[in-house]
Design a protein around this ligand. Structure first.
Ligand SMILES: Nc1ncnc2c1ncn2[C@@H]1O[C@H](COP(=O)(O)OP(=O)(O)OP(=O)(O)O)[C@@H](O)[C@H]1O
Ligand SMILES: [Mg+2]
Length: 237
């Protein structure tokens, strides 16, 4: 379980998120929604150890990760798929997987890679292709495979369907949903397409101006008349 306790953080002296508390359970998708600039990416980056933390504590299964370096946090099983490009585009697909798996024993690496490739069979024919030549959806699958190779306990996805065609976006969301079931992984999902994320997620946090203004089941948020309309562009019946 991932626990964020009263965290304030930002960039240098510029505070962005304030007093955020959040809990994400394993085998569940916890969705973070909110308008542009509300601090969603900053929250994920803070968990990944990539911002300045002013206050609060972050734990994974009771172990404190706040204050550790981003490398240590990654090594402890927290995978972060950033909003911007998270692959090495000038390298091949196979080389990207190797980069991701450098801390894993070669036996574990092969085992996890085969499992990941079973989820994304279309990647198998691209192993020797440079990532720069892949489509956005295929790159997202490479990025997810890179995360899976490390056998993470937490995966944080930042707008994984941005710029993807609807069919590919659906495939990516279905995969996120599949990965969040029965494998002991805690999934944190930031999505621009709030209604689809809320449909596959279990629990939701709504951010506005760096603060949590609503938390509840995704169903509660989807059915909430004012919040859905005000912040998420949902038209609630
Ligand atoms: N590296 C940075 N240095 C300084 N300020 C930043 C940095 N990254 C983001 N910000 C600021 O932090 C605020 C929150 O940005 P953040 O990226 O967390 O929002 P977001 O909710 O992810 O938005 P979006 O939906 O557009 O991705 C914004 O005002 C942004 O300008
Ligand atoms: Mg963002």
């Amino acid at each position: 379980m991932l626990k964020v306790d009263r965290v304030s953080a930002g960039y240098g002296k510029l505070q962005i998120i304030e007093d955020i508390s959040l809990e994400a359970q394993q085998d569940r998708i916890t969705v973070i929604v909110g308008p542009n600039g509300s601090g969603k990416s900053t929250l994920l980056k803070t968990i990944a150890g990539l911002t300045s933390l002013y206050q609060g504590q972050i734990t994974v299964d009771g172990r404190t990760i706040s204050g550790l370096s981003s490398h240590e946090i990654a090594r402890l099983g927290v995978a972060y798929l950033p909003q911007t490009e998270s692959t090495f585009t000038h390298l091949t697909v196979a080389e990207n997987f190797k980069m991701a798996g450098y801390t894993v024993t070669s036996e574990d690496f092969e085992d996890r890679l085969q499992k990941a490739l079973a989820i994304f069979p279309q990647l198998a024919s691209y192993l020797d292709t440079k990532v720069a030549r892949l489509s956005g959806g295929e790159r997202q699958m490479v990025a997810m495979t890179m995360a899976l190779v490390r056998k993470p306990s937490v995966i944080m996805y930042d707008e994984p369907t941005a710029n993807l065609a609807p069919i590919i976006a659906t495939q990516v969301l279905n995969t996120i949903s599949y990965l969040s079931q029965g494998q002991g992984i805690t999934s944190l999902l930031v999505e621009q397409n709030a209604s689809r994320a809320l449909q596959i997620g279990h629990y939701a946090y709504l951010l506005a101006s760096g603060r949590v203004i609503f938390q509840g089941t995704t169903k509660d948020l989807l059915e909430h008349k004012e919040l859905g309309k005000l912040y998420l562009g949902l038209s609630v019946g």
